[in-house]
Design a protein around this ligand. Structure first.
Ligand code: AQP
Length: 372
């Protein structure tokens, strides 16, 4: 079976973007592949954070994985910091990662600009190397990522190839290893729909945990009235409905070659649309509705295009509540039994460590470290 790894940072409440872009797709993947889904807590400290909140968010994110349908009998579910090999391999990989490769990461540029110099720690620059370690440790074949993470995956591939060239093959064999590549070079698995869920207050920025306004996102655990309110207040446009449009037409008089122009005003009705690039909010809400209901794009268009915003928002709100309520009920159940969650995380970390340690020990050997 091919291997798949992925994770979510416990930096706040898991939102619809994390769910539709990642967790929901993992549920299907666990039946097809050998899967490792972890809570990437070590990544959550790259920007200033609240320590007591970190452990709470880590538990809550793990419970959300389970509530969404990740099954511990199929997937290894664990907390990244419980498998020490992640940090150790990161150090080894960082010696082979040119700093220029990290400087060009768009997320670093964006996040460091937003955070301001005082708050930019070295980890914000180097965390893509930790992400490479997260993936390469498990000899992963496929990494499900949202579009925003494709650059980091490309970097992982470059690091893997570089380390394979520098230390793998015959050089590793001379040191007593089996030779060949130290790492598999992974491929991205980008979901067709939901790859980028956008903010509810700005259809051009992605929905994100760290965005200042909670109105910009639907959190998976938002109660019904909060969802109603957020969708009611979310940004839309003024395209649909009747509008006045000026028109010009040219005609010829009977029995004459003279052409005349006439100007007039007409009422035009424009409906809701999926694919108009000038209407990012419309596209985003349609696409959320499509994935939540499991309908095709064509079905959504024919059902919703003639609705006004008010009707569509009610339809979307109802669908969201219907979809999220069972997840929220399961979440409450899981959180009411802390021992259950602890056992799953312990078992997951055990299975993950066994595989991660094999890769780590190979890399230590190939890089010339004295073995214990
Ligand atoms: N808006 C999104 N649309 C689709 N997928 C998304 N993902 C995140 N936001 C969206 C995907 O969720 C997975 C986990 O993301 P993460 O928590 O590791 O970090 P992130 O991408 O930085 O997510 P956030 O919510 O924006 O967190 P902050 O604000 O803390 O940076 C990834 O697969 C990601 O693609």
């Amino acid at each position: 079976k091919k291997r798949v790894v992925s994770g979510v940072q416990p930096t706040g409440m898991v939102h619809l973007g994390n769910y539709l872009g990642a967790i929901k797709n993992w549920v299907a993947l666990q039946d097809l592949y050998e899967t490792f889904f972890f809570i990437v807590d070590l990544h959550a400290i790259t920007l200033p954070y609240d320590a007591p909140e970190l452990s709470k968010a880590t538990r809550s994110t793990a419970a959300i994985y389970l509530a969404c349908g990740i099954d511990s009998s199929k997937a290894s579910i664990f907390v990244q910091s419980h498998v020490r090999a992640h940090v150790e391999l990161m150090w080894l990989l960082s010696s082979s990662t040119p700093i220029g490769w990290l400087n060009r990461m768009i997320q670093f540029k964006e996040k460091s600009r937003k955070a301001g110099d005082e708050n930019v720690g070295v980890a914000l620059l180097t965390y893509p190397v930790l992400m490479a370690s997260d993936i390469l440790l498990y000899q992963s074949d496929l990494v499900p990522v949202g579009e925003d993470q494709t650059q980091h995956l490309e970097l992982t591939r470059e690091i893997a190839e570089r380390v394979n060239n520098l230390y793998g093959g015959r050089k590793w064999k001379k040191l007593g290893g089996r030779g060949g590549n130290l790492f598999k070079v992974p491929e991205a698995l980008i979901p067709l729909a939901g790859a980028r869920v956008m903010s509810l207050t700005d259809g051009l920025s992605k929905m994100s945990k760290s965005a200042a306004s909670d109105q910009s996102r639907i959190n998976l655990l938002d109660p019904k009235d909060v969802i109603v309110n957020k969708i009611k207040r979310c940004k839309t446009d003024s395209f649909p409905g009747f509008s006045l449009k000026l028109f010009t037409s040219t005609f010829s008089l009977p029995n004459s070659s003279i052409r005349k122009k006439a100007h007039g005003i007409e009422f035009v009705y424009s409906s809701l649309e999926f694919d108009n690039p000038e209407r990012p909010e419309c596209r985003n809400l349609f696409s959320i509705y499509q994935i939540i209901t499991g309908k095709t794009k064509e079905e959504v268009v024919s059902e919703c295009q003639d609705m006004n915003w008010g009707t569509f928002k009610t339809t979307l709100t109802d669908a969201l509540i219907e979809h999220l309520q069972p997840i929220q009920a399961r979440y409450e159940e899981i959180m009411s039994d802390p021992g259950y969650l602890d056992n799953i995380l312990l078992e997951g970390a055990g299975k993950a460590s066994e595989i991660a340690d094999i890769t780590l020990n190979n890399v230590y050997q190939a890089m010339g470290f004295l073995r214990r």
